[in-house]
Design a protein around this ligand. Structure first.
Ligand code: FAD
Length: 430
């Protein structure tokens, strides 16, 4: 059994000050640890910062994928932290990115996190030593880089900056414009153009709905078994997968051919951890980050935790649970199972996933309905408070609406009544 003791291990390094990093910082401080969050940007908030910034050259990285006019695809009633909710004077449930950013700032203010956040500080290398972590931090304001030593590391660097573009035959031949949704900012760029959008996940559907207002025509290519609702979008035509691109368009798997000016890939992102040295013992194959216990603890070095890898989840709640869960172990209130036991559990879980027909590394951290079993497990193992039943019920009501009720679902208003019940448009949902 690996034992951790608060007397020996006290300093926490949090990489990133987005929704996950702020939560790791706040809970670490509350647990009595000496925590610092390093944020490479000039402000906190990560994903929720809207900026029209574009890459200056091929080496320049653009941090946020936020676009103009975005409204959240989850209601604010489930996007708050368990111990800090959105203010009641916001009427709408589906809010703007700026309102989320304001909320994160107020969270940092409320829990007095600012003195513990170092902006313009980029973690460029994390390496395990015998008893602790060596973390190299580049201070962009002074252009200096120094090592700092920590007992625990929370990796909260986000997963929406490295585009994942599928390899499709002929893409190099296509002479029109190509982009990934990571760099999509405003619909007016597509004025009077014909656009192919590839992918009908939450971003693909939402961006289709934005772009079609300016564009002449939008083709939405996807392989969802049930077609999304685009009946209200007059100039949107659904297409199957692209078989191959041509000089001026594409041939689709049903044999049809279309011409278009622009292709935008809404095909997701890659999980990357460029600052972790190889001796951290983590490898990523097609977004499967391993070996992790409970999707967050680095089995090779259990003083490192990754927050927010699972997807199809309630992000803020899963971040908060993962952090509270790991802190019970980091502070010695719970003992980790042995390495062998953790590996056996990981293999069993992955075996079950593959056994259910999901033999796809990209889905190794997918949750959906499994997330509630996962929350129960974290709560049981660490003796922490679980998410409230009302959050589960509300999520059930929201599920997949971004596909089937895209035109109407954002007008719904939710109100949480108590730990079990909520109202939808003023009516109780049973
Ligand atoms: P991020 O917000 O990406 O924060 C990571 C931070 O780490 C960044 O500030 C980054 O600068 C910093 N960082 C990275 N590397 C380093 C380093 N080496 N050193 C220092 N700092 C570093 N979720 C919802 O709940 N509802 C929604 O409606 C919703 N809509 C979304 C729409 C879009 C377009 C996108 C892209 C995502 C959306 N999400 C939504 C998901 C959302 O991103 C998560 O809910 C959450 O904000 C992710 O938080 P994070 O802290 O993990 O990552």
């Amino acid at each position: 059994m690996l034992k951790t003791s608060m007397d020996q291990k006290r300093r926490v390094c949090v990489i990133g000050a987005g929704t996950a990093g702020l939560c790791a910082l706040k809970n670490s401080l509350e647990a009595g640890l000496d925590a610092v969050a390093y944020e490479r940007g000039t402000e906190i908030g990560g994903t929720w910062i809207f900026s029209e910034e574009m890459p200056k050259d091929e080496y320049d990285e653009v941090q946020s994928s936020m676009y103009e006019g975005l409204r959240t695809n989850l209601p604010k009633e489930v996007m708050g932290y368990p111990d800090y909710s959105y203010p009641e004077d916001i009427d709408e449930s589906f809010i703007t990115s700026n309102q989320v950013l304001e909320f994160l700032r107020s969270y940092a203010e409320h829990f007095k996190l600012k003195p513990h956040i170092k902006l313009q500080h980029e973690v460029i290398r994390v390496r395990p030593r015998l008893d602790d972590w060596e973390v190299y931090v580049w201070d962009h304001s002074t252009d200096t880089c120094d090592p700092v030593y920590y007992d625990f590391v929370y990796v909260c660097n986000g997963h929406y900056t490295e585009p994942d573009i599928p390899e499709v035959e002929g893409l190099d031949l296509f002479e029109g414009k190509k982009m990934h949704s990571h760099l999509y900012r405003k619909a007016d760029k597509f004025k009077d153009e014909s656009v192919l959008i590839v992918g009908a996940g939450p971003s693909g559907m939402d961006i289709t709905n934005h772009v079609r207002v300016a564009a002449k025509q939008v083709l939405l290519s996807h392989h969802l078994p049930n077609p999304p609702n685009t009946a209200f979008m007059g100039n949107v035509t659904q297409k199957p997968d692209v078989q191959r691109f041509t000089r001026d368009g594409a041939i689709f798997t049903d044999g049809s051919t279309e011409s278009f000016d622009h292709v935008m890939f809404c095909t997701g992102y890659k999980y990357t951890f460029p600052c972790l040295s190889t001796d951290v013992g983590i490898q990523v194959i097609d977004n499967f980050v391993q070996p992790l216990w409970k999707h967050c603890i680095n089995i090779n070095h259990p003083t490192m935790a990754f927050v927010g890898l699972p997807f199809n989840v309630i992000p803020t709640h899963i971040f908060d649970m993962q952090v509270r869960f790991t802190l019970k172990f980091f502070t010695g209130q719970r003992e980790f199972p042995s390495r062998k036991e953790m590996i056996a559990e990981l293999e069993q879980e992955i075996g079950e996933r593959w056994g259910c027909g999901v033999h796809n590394h990209k889905k190794a951290h997918q949750m959906g309905e499994r997330q509630f079993v996962y929350y129960n497990e974290l709560a049981r193992l660490a003796g922490i408070e679980n998410i409230k039943p009302v959050i589960h019920k509300l999520m059930k009501d929201c599920g997949k609406k971004y596909i089937f009720e895209l035109d109407t679902y954002r007008s719904n208003r939710y109100t949480i009544v108590d730990d079990d019940n909520f109202l939808k448009n003023g009516k109780a949902i049973v």
